[in-house]
Design a protein. Structure first.
Length: 436
């Protein structure tokens, strides 16, 4: 058993201290910013990544436990998000002292952080950040995505896919004024989905106008939270909302957020796909961090011997495993659509450690769904996340996903831990050699 040092929620080996600036940038910032030991480029990149992460959380809810339970009566902000955005005040002051005007953002931090003021700070930070020009970003184009056409799918699946049609109608009616682009990607876009397994993968590009206007940003938050109602009707165990990107990000774009090759297989909910031009920056540090997130996830599960999972957490575990080939290749600087990542990544591993990926792929192909919603009527539209979380707990009493699919969680976690450590050993050695 490897020995790890615990740093907050992370498990670190001794030789990983040299990569802290990539693996745990928030910790590195806290340790070095007061001593002025970070450079402007690193600080700006950290700011952008944190803004993207906080925007994703905020648009998909970002509430406290109380807020999730009592939405729409309570629309607060989690303490984790409050702590993270407070950290960005130091970054704003640092960049302001280095000749970049962040006075608007700094001024917004003078008020107590609430749901309303959180949105104000987020907006101000994006506007101030947009003035920093990345001289190393290179122009890139994406192909125009075709409009989603539900009538082109198998007739036998049209009833199952009706939530996608409703989502398309809803997005054109309620979201188009807020978003510059809204896309369906993944297996439902390419029509190689598995009923009961496949979730609804969407990308939202939030317009500058929405980011700049407080009422618009708050209005979008409500609408994006409620579209989970359509997601969960396709997959009651879906574990994420919509990926969100600000239109501001496109001028210094990090492909770890959403790789441009994925657009080649995506469909647009809007008839007119207007997004085409990107200025792409280096994303190697972000790719390594995402790979470490995956490795740490299995370090925690294996070290804590967390082998007894419910249906919701089991589905999260299995979907995370299917991301492994993509994350591994991205850490090598290779961007590829998820479907094709399995064959490419497989070449780097022998048959025995890779077997767990084949086993999970087999589970996907033969998945038995257990999560038929318990009828609770209109509540599922008002607070879809709580409704479907409750539904997964109720269904676990009768048809646990592990049991009906014959899932050996213990073996899956241990096998994936071994594979991820093998992949991570190569990744971190490569990252260290680049730093020398």
């Amino acid at each position: 058993m490897k020995k790890y040092k615990r740093l907050d929620d992370f498990y670190l080996e001794e030789d990983e201290n040299d990569l802290i600036s990539d693996l745990l940038p928030e910790y590195y910032i806290e340790q070095n910013i007061d001593e002025d030991n970070i450079n402007v480029e690193y600080a700006a990149r950290f700011l952008q990544n944190e803004l993207n992460s906080l925007l994703n959380s905020f648009i998909n809810g970002g509430f406290s436990c109380k807020g999730y339970l009592l939405y729409p009566l309570v629309k607060d902000i989690s303490m984790q998000n409050i702590t993270r955005i407070k950290r960005l005040k130091k970054i704003a002051i640092f960049l302001n002292n280095k000749g970049h005007d962040f006075s608007k953002s700094i001024n917004e931090f003078s008020q107590k952080i609430s749901g309303l003021n959180f949105a104000k700070i987020l907006s101000a930070l994006y506007q101030d950040f947009s003035q920093i020009k990345n001289k190393n970003a290179k122009p890139s184009k994406k192909n125009k995505c075709k409009e989603l056409d539900i009538s082109s799918y198998r007739k036998s699946d049209l009833d199952y896919l009706s939530p996608l049609k409703e989502l398309k109608d809803y997005s054109n009616d309620k979201l188009k004024n807020y978003l510059s682009g809204f896309y369906l990607h993944g297996s439902l876009a390419t029509k190689d989905y598995t009923r009961g397994w496949s979730d609804v993968d969407t990308l939202s590009i939030i317009s500058k106008k929405t980011i700049n206007e407080l009422d618009a940003l708050l209005g979008l938050r409500d609408r994006m939270y409620r579209i989970r109602y359509y997601f969960y009707r396709i997959d009651p165990l879906q574990h994420h909302g919509s990926i969100a990107i600000s239109e501001y990000d496109l001028s210094s774009y990090c492909q770890a957020y959403f790789p441009l090759p994925v657009f080649n297989y995506a469909k647009s909910f809007f008839k007119d796909d207007r997004i085409s031009s990107f200025m792409v920056r280096d994303f190697s540090s972000e790719a390594i961090k995402k790979m470490f997130w995956f490795v740490n996830y299995f370090r925690k599960l294996n070290s804590g011997k967390k082998f007894n999972l419910g249906s919701y957490d089991t589905k999260t575990l299995l979907h995370s495993i299917t991301l492994f080939p993509t994350l591994y290749l991205q850490a090598k600087g290779i961007l590829v659509y998820k479907k094709f990542s399995f064959g490419m990544a497989r070449k780097d591993f022998s048959k025995n450690p890779w077997k767990i990926i084949d086993d999970v792929s087999h589970l996907r192909s033969n998945w038995k769904n257990n999560s038929y919603p318990v009828p609770l009527g209109f509540f599922s539209k008002i607070n879809p996340l709580v409704y479907y979380q409750l539904n997964s707990r109720i269904m676990d009493l009768f048809k646990n996903a592990e049991k009906i699919n014959g899932i050996d969680t213990n073996n899956i976690i241990k096998s994936m831990y071994e594979l991820s450590e093998e992949a991570w050993s190569r990744t971190k050695e490569n990252a260290k050699s680049k730093k020398l």
